[in-house]
Design a protein around this ligand. Structure first.
Ligand code: GLN
Length: 480
């Protein structure tokens, strides 16, 4: 059977592999060929693993024996901030240029154990700080839908890899929107799971109280399949919670149609592109016509989540990145004494955005400022979480645009950090509250004969990814 990667999904590839229509090896070769043809222009990948075919061969043996795991033979890619044993992991930073992982991140181990073919590692903003993948120390990634535009970020390489047909699904990480915003820009599905549902063991930490690993894929069904493989308790991550908590929650699944909350107050913050808003309203209308109930709700503090995020996140960044001192990991620059070693290694190893955040973080944590910045931001964090608790008493899910804009031009915001930070306005609240959120392709606009994708975001109560998948499938149904 001829492999048509344009129309293949994780779910359909699984069926074909099990039916013997093609082998994991043939499937892997088809994706490697796509990468060879397209990635020269896109640069979604930082590295293609030279043993990808070995993974495929092993999967073929298992499939033949009937011992295949859930993802057996499925080509997958991982963002360059997740450890894959024996491979480089740089977080797209010069400071980790030659760093090799000594073990697998738990999420990586889980997809490997399920039989996934590890194709390679994908580009990202340095240490996951950014919304465009332009802050990578190893070159930019282009948006496969329009190469003059960014793919979003920071998981821009993962989103672009899926979007260009360079892999079937990928893992990304999301601290303030880094899975959902690139998914929206590249026309794919991206899930940020509930904080604590996927282990962060082996994820190079950005802001530990916000970071979460999740899938990027072409369909909601595929994202769900991958999520079910990577979630679960891990004794190496004390913030991960036991599997049975899901069963307790999912037992209460609301049958049938959903009540969708629209936070009118939050949507009136300004700065939303008119076409994005129009597309969002059209999608909400279609969901209503399909039998869902639409209810206006209030999230009075959500508009302050961004300000709180840009205090809490850099504070945690400054602590987490202190370990990159030239002694323990990666780059080492020798100076006159130890203090100079540290300073010169860090000055050479970190890019501008990373340095900006470390400086901000140490400032907001410094004595005399701690209470007024970090303390206040944490109070705002509680208020945002409490807004969500109130809202979820009356609605099943909350819908907002994923990002205020569609994919912008390369270079357009790169020298304007504030503009870049505003990209995160609609994604950050879910991280601040720890709730799950998904971005689904919901429309597109035509610019110069190119169809630029627009995504729509849904947020659900803690552990209720099931609702996000159900509503996501509704969106896919009304879209086509
Ligand atoms: N764009 C956001 C930031 O720059 C989100 C990053 C992320 O989720 N890793 O902080």
């Amino acid at each position: 059977m001829k492999i048509d990667t344009d129309n293949l999904t994780v779910a359909s590839a699984m069926r074909h592999l099990r039916a013997g229509d093609f082998s994991a090896r043939e499937l892997t070769e088809a994706y490697l060929k796509n990468i060879e043809e397209r990635d020269r222009d896109i640069h979604a990948y930082l590295e293609i693993f030279d043993d990808a075919i070995e993974f495929a061969r092993a999967a073929d043996v298992k499939i033949k024996k009937g011992e295949a795991g859930v993802l057996a033979g499925i080509p997958m890619a991982v963002k360059d901030n997740m450890l894959v044993e024996g491979k480089y992991a740089t977080a797209a930073s010069k400071i980790l240029k030659n760093y090799r992982s000594t073990y697998d991140a738990t999420a990586v181990k889980k997809i490997k154990d399920a039989g996934a073919v590890m194709l390679g590692r994908t580009n990202m903003d340095e240490f996951a700080m950014g919304s465009s993948t332009e802050s990578s120390a190893y070159g930019i990634t282009r948006n496969p839908r329009d190469e003059s535009r960014v793919p979003g970020g920071s998981s821009g390489g993962s989103a672009a890899a899926v979007s260009m047909g360079g892999v079937l699904a990928a893992l990304g990480s999301d601290t303030g929107g880094s899975i959902r915003q690139p998914a929206s820009f590249c026309g794919v599905v991206g899930l940020k799971p509930t904080y604590g549902s996927v282990s962060r063991h082996g994820l190079i930490a950005m802001a530990s109280s916000l970071d979460q690993i999740g899938p990027l894929a072409k369909t909601v069904e595929d994202a769900e399949l991958v999520f079910n493989v990577i979630k679960g308790f891990d004794r190496y991550d004390s913030t991960s919670f036991p599997e049975d908590m899901y069963h307790a929650k999912n037992a209460q699944v609301a049958a049938g149609k959903h009540t969708i909350g629209i936070p009118a107050d939050f949507l009136s913050v300004g700065g939303i592109d008119a076409q994005v808003l129009e597309s969002f309203n059209r999608s909400v209308g279609a969901l209503k016509d399909a039998g869902n109930e639409i209810r206006e709700i209030a999230l009075p503090h959500a508009k302050h989540a961004l300000a709180a995020y840009y205090i809490i996140m850099p504070a945690e960044v400054s602590a987490n990145l202190a370990r990159f001192d030239g002694v323990r990991y990666g780059l080492y620059n020798s100076g006159a004494d130890l203090a100079t070693d540290y300073a010169s290694t860090r000055a050479r190893g970190f890019g501008d955005e990373v340095r900006r955040r470390i400086l901000l973080g140490t400032y907001v944590l410094s004595s005399g400022y701690y209470d007024s910045y970090y303390g206040t931001a944490n109070i705002v964090r509680d208020m945002v979480a409490s807004d969500f608790r109130d809202a979820f008493k009356i609605v099943d899910v909350i819908a907002v645009p994923t990002a205020p804009t569609f994919a912008f031009k390369i270079g357009e915001k790169n020298n304007n950090p504030l503009q870049m930070y505003l990209e995160d306005i609609f994604t950050v609240p879910a991280n601040i509250a720890g709730i799950p959120a998904i971005s689904i392709p919901s429309g597109s606009i035509e610019i110069n004969t190119k169809l630029i994708p627009i995504g729509m975001q849904f947020m659900a109560p803690h552990l209720r990814e099931d609702i996000l998948f159900a509503i996501g499938k509704d969106v896919e149904a009304v879209r086509s």
